[in-house]
Ligand binder design. Structure first.
Ligand code: NAD
Ligand code: MG
Length: 388
């Protein structure tokens, strides 16, 4: 029986690569649901090729276009954010790949977990804002959350077969991004075009900026905490510019396991989709001669303040990571719109996180509220600045 999959965000970087994995193994995966945000043209092309039962276009303005292209093909077309919660709980969906970006992933992930669907989790923001709630729900519903993020997939692969053996510590590797080694003064002057040029990975725009600002690594620290149930002190970050070692686990005996391979997201995507099996593929293989040296450095958290900020939000716990994430979604976009400087991102993130009223044991409603308040705070701050 093939795994019947719903891909949320199929038109994005992770989503399109997940469909490449499906194409390599059409007998192993059946696409039941495809969803996209705004790119109606690509969603239609994907639907005609992979023949899902239903597609969702989040942007309601594009509904008519998608509907008229697919209605005669026997494919149901839906629109709007609420439809995502409806399609993930279909009885014919086994696995939900959350490849949409940002806080928008939270509601459909909650719905999918409540209905017992296996989660292949790319949407790290969901665990950052609601790690406690999601992991508790997953336990209650006996749901597996299998990471897609390359570092977390690496950690997950390292702990397979180690049940009962305690983790002493983990090391998340970071490429260091395009501004590795920069001083804070240099960082102030970088442009959007420079920030969008990641040395090793091709990804969606939001995560590419997050990688340059180290917010991505900060979000990943929090993601790792929840996925592997670690204390804050057990999580360390090391810069590894070649992006070959994807992360490491250190066990109680001091022994370390690492997972390595070329920086190719199709590998962790495929691993999550086929877990526990490893399946063949024609993707490029690693050659030692191309990488004669694998090197390691420390992150300067005084320059890359977002990483320090993520650790601080984790110490505060409660709504703090949610407020930080929400502020960052707005500041990340403002930087891409060239409305703020690169270092403004972390400065505004910090101020917003501290400004939002804090709740120590938030419900989902508290998280929606903290998310909205942090976004509003940044928007108001920008408006005040424009007036002054
Ligand atoms: P992307 O921008 O390329 O694609 C995002 C997808 O989500 C698109 O299909 C888009 O249409 C859809 N989408 C965006 N906003 C939406 C909304 N509000 N409602 C519904 N759909 C919406 O992003 P990506 O790089 O593929 O990243 C997706 C997720 O995976 C992110 O959480 C990211 O952090 C994580 N991730 C990505 C990579 C990577 O290599 N791209 C690696 C690790 C983790
Ligand atoms: Mg990652």
């Amino acid at each position: 029986m093939p795994t019947r999959i719903a891909i949320l965000g199929s038109t994005g970087s992770i989503g399109t690569q997940a469909l490449e994995v499906v194409s390599c193994h059409p007998e192993k995966f059946e696409v039941i649901v495809l969803t996209g945000g705004q790119n109606a043209d690509l969603l239609i092309v994907q639907a005609l090729k992979y023949r899902p039962k239903v597609v969702v276009i989040a942007d309601e303005k594009a509904y008519q276009q998608v509907k008229s292209a697919l209605v005669h093909e026997g494919i149901v077309v839906m629109a709007g954010a609420e439809s995502l919660e409806e399609v993930v709980i279909r009885h014919d969906v086994d696995m939900v790949l959350t490849a949409l970006v940002g806080f928008a992933g939270l509601r459909p992930t909650v719905a999918a977990v409540r209905h017992g669907k296996t989660i292949a989790l790319a949407n790290k923001e969901t665990l950052v804002v609601a790690g406690q709630i999601i992991t508790t729900l997953a336990k209650a519903h006996n749901v597996s959350i299998i990471p897609v993020d390359s570092e977390h997939s690496a950690l997950f692969q390292c702990v397979v077969g180690e049940s009962g053996n305690a983790i002493e510590k983990i090391y998340l590797t970071a490429s260091g991004g395009p501004f590795r080694g920069y001083s804070i003064d240099q960082l102030r002057r970088v442009t959007k075009a420079q920030a969008l040029k990641h040395p090793n990975w091709e990804m969606g725009a939001k995560i590419t900026i997050d990688s340059a600002s180290m917010m991505n690594k900060g979000l990943e620290v929090i993601e790792a905490k929840w996925l592997f149930q670690l204390s804050n002190e057990q999580i360390d970050v090391v810069v590894h510019p070649q992006s070959i070692i994807h992360s490491l686990v250190q066990f109680e005996d001091g022994s370390m396991k690492a997972q390595m391979g070329l920086p190719d997201m199709r590998l962790p995507i495929q691993y999550a989709m086929a877990y526990p099996a490893r399946i063949s593929n024609p993707f490029p293989r690693f050659s030692f001669l191309d990488y004669p040296a694998l090197t390691f450095e420390q992150v300067d958290q005084r320059v890359f303040k977002n990483l320090a900020l993520a650790y601080r939000s984790m110490e505060l716990a409660g709504t703090a990571p949610c407020a930080l994430n929400a502020a960052n979604e707005v500041t990340n976009l403002l930087f891409r719109q060239e409305k703020i400087s690169f270092t403004d991102i972390a400065d505004l993130n910090e101020a917003a996180m501290d400004a939002v009223p804090f709740v120590l044991r938030p419900t989902l409603e508290d998280l929606y509220e903290a998310d909205a308040l942090a976004r509003e705070w940044v928007v108001r701050k920008m408006a005040a600045k424009a007036l002054s």
